[in-house]
Structures are given as structure tokens and as C-alpha cells.
Design a binder for this molecule. Structure first.
Ligand SMILES: Cc1cc2nc3c(=O)[nH]c(=O)nc-3n(C[C@H](O)[C@H](O)[C@H](O)COP(=O)(O)O)c2cc1C
Length: 154
């Protein structure tokens, strides 16, 4: 059984391994990896985000023009003011989309759409994806640790 969702630090992983998980899956953590294709402004926004800075909403797909998902499929991303604006009854979605696109062009962090999970809090720097062992290990089974698979890693 693999633990998933909101795991972004070695402490998180250790907690779930202790509970009996065989390993963990991390998604958001890798968005701030150097190898990630996220734009710098998105990476910076995730690094600046605190726990509780994300929200689940349909608004992100509205803003990105990626609607058409089956009913009930929303997405979690960094909360930006446009979310509340989109969710307001009678909202002028086209105008809000224009404002967000304009803000994003200027690099305004409050207009950046960045998918992100609830584990954004501990993410405080850009790192290579492979920095995943020792206390920063991310996607790793307990067996790998026990067999010394990570020996010598930072
Ligand atoms: C950029 C990104 C895109 C994602 N897209 C989807 C998706 O299309 N459908 C889905 O079910 N989950 C999606 N997820 C959620 C991941 O499955 C989730 O992040 C994973 O369970 C790990 O959780 P974590 O991001 O909190 O580490 C996405 C996550 C990220 C970071």
C-alpha cells in the first residue's frame, strides 16, 4: 500500500512508513524540482505558499479554459483572488479570465495558476528531483532504505 496526497517532506514519509505503508507517492513536491517544467513564477508561488494556501475549485479549469471534465471533477491549486470572483453568482468569467491572463503575463503571483496539493507548506526551495534520500526522501519504499539503497546520498 502506498501513501499519497499531501506528502512533501521526509517527516511525512517516515510517519506513513511507520504506519505500515510500503512507500509513498509525491506529486506537488516535484513541481518545485529544478527539472520541473513549471514556469519560474509558478515554482516561486509554490515555494512562497504556506500550508492552507491551496483550495479545491472548478474555477481553475474555468480560468484555464480546460473545462469539460465529468461532473464532480475539480482541482486543487494555489488560492488566488480570481477563484472567489469566478465562484460569485453572475460572475463575468470572460472578464476575469482576461484579468488573470493579463496579470500572469506580467508575472503577478496573485494571477498565477499553479496546481498544488495540501503539502505545499514545507516546500521552501528549488531542488533537483533526485534529492530524495535521507531526511528529504520522497518516493521511496521502506525496503529501499533498509537495504541501504540510499547510502551515500545527501
Ligand atoms: C500538476 C499536477 C497535476 C495533477 N493532475 C491530476 C489529475 O489530472 N487527476 C488526478 O486525479 N490527480 C491529479 N493530480 C493529483 C495527484 O494525483 C496528487 O498530487 C498525488 O496524489 C500526490 O499528492 P501530492 O501532490 O499532495 O503529493 C495532479 C497533481 C499535480 C501536482
Amino acid at each position: 500500500m502506498l501513501a499519497a496526497g499531501g506528502l512533501s517532506s521526509g517527516a511525512h514519509l517516515a510517519a506513513f512508513l511507520t504506519l505500515g505503508a510500503a512507500g509513498a507517492v509525491a506529486g506537488t513536491r516535484f513541481l518545485v524540482a529544478e527539472e520541473s517544467k513549471y514556469k519560474d513564477v509558478q515554482k516561486r508561488a509554490i515555494i512562497a505558499a504556506k500550508s492552507g494556501s491551496t483550495v479545491r475549485s472548478y474555477a481553475f479549469d474555468e480560468l484555464r479554459g480546460t473545462t469539460g471534465w465529468p461532473p464532480g471533477v475539480d482541482g486543487r491549486a494555489l488560492a488566488i483572488p480570481a477563484v472567489a470572483a469566478v465562484e460569485t453568482v453572475g460572475a463575468d468569467i470572460a472578464r476575469i479570465k482576461e484579468e488573470v491572463a493579463e496579470g500572469a503575463k506580467k508575472g503577478d503571483p496573485s494571477a498565477v495558476i499553479a496546481w498544488a496539493g495540501t503539502g505545499v507548506g514545507p516546500l521552501d526551495r528549488l531542488q533537483p528531483a533526485k534529492v530524495g534520500c535521507a531526511n528529504r526522501l520522497l518516493v521511496l519504499g521502506l525496503r529501499h532504505v533498509a537495504t541501504g539503497h540510499c547510502a551515500g546520498a545527501p
